[in-house]
Design a protein around this ligand. Structure first.
Ligand SMILES: [Zn+2]
Ligand SMILES: [Zn+2]
Length: 118
């Protein structure tokens, strides 16, 4: 999936406008190199994109973590996690509950919680 940086359109690889840059041979197998353009506004300002697993918004691939969650959605759980840690320093049950909710989010935050309180 690609996102156009100019008009914001999202499109699949086979929808993109393609121009053959080079046509050659790769170890005896015919190989072509393409440049991709937005099918809507014909801009070449396109990048890989993915849908955030939490908010469902289209984000550039750089903005998604390994669990497919965007940085906007990461911000809030991180802050919430630290608030919970602060409040329930003695209460591992609360922490475990919260960990479960955070499972699909940043693993770093979860392992941080583990080493602090075990
Ligand atoms: Zn476009
Ligand atoms: Zn998100």
């Amino acid at each position: 999936m690609y996102k156009c940086g100019k008009c914001g359109w999202h499109f699949e690889e086979d929808e993109a406008l393609r121009i053959i840059e080079r046509y050659g041979d790769c170890h005896g197998i015919p190989a072509a190199e393409y440049t991709y353009f937005c099918p809507l506004c014909h801009s070449d300002d396109i990048s890989n994109a993915g849908r955030c697993a939490v908010c469902g918004k289209w984000k550039s691939a750089d903005d998604l973590n390994s669990s497919g969650v965007c940085s906007d959605c990461m911000k809030e759980p991180e802050e919430a996690l630290f608030a919970v840690l602060e409040k329930h320093k003695q209460c591992k049950d609360e922490l475990r509950k919260f960990e479960r909710r955070c499972l699909m989010l940043e693993r770093n935050a979860i392992s941080l919680a583990r080493c602090d309180y075990e």
